[in-house]
Design a protein around this ligand. Sequence first.
Ligand code: HEC
Length: 114
Amino acid sequence: MKKIIFGLSLVATILIVNANAQGESGKTIFETKGCALCHKNHMDTIGPSLKKISTAYMGKETSLLSYLKGQGEAIVDPARASVMNPQLVKISSLIDEDVKKLVEYIVSATEAQY
Ligand code: HEC
């Protein structure tokens, strides 16, 4: 029995280490952090569509990165920044690499046809 438990926990550990090594995709982060609730690809809902956001930040990915790290100004719909600002807290603990994945996801999501 002990051997089985040891074996199982070893497998679990390997799976966890593996998952961390590969990291989460930008899409996964966007969904698990709740961003997708307010941001759809092509349609403005509670928040502006990803298309609108990526158009505003076209060629300015660095500014988008700063914005998501809480170091930039809202440029899409500043009048409603009070709705978005608390959301930035949810990603404030992300490592830079993951914030970059979010940026990549936001600027590329509009290529999807839905
Ligand atoms: C409760 C709804 C809501 C959620 C959840 C939400 N947002 Fe927003 N978001 C908004 C609204 C409203 C705006 C428009 C205000 C603005 O532009 O600051 C916005 C704007 C933005 C902008 C454009 C900022 C700019 O320059 O104006 C980005 C980028 C963004 N959201 C990313 C995200 C990410 C990433 C998440 C997940 C961590 C997220 N949002 C979660 C409502 C939401």
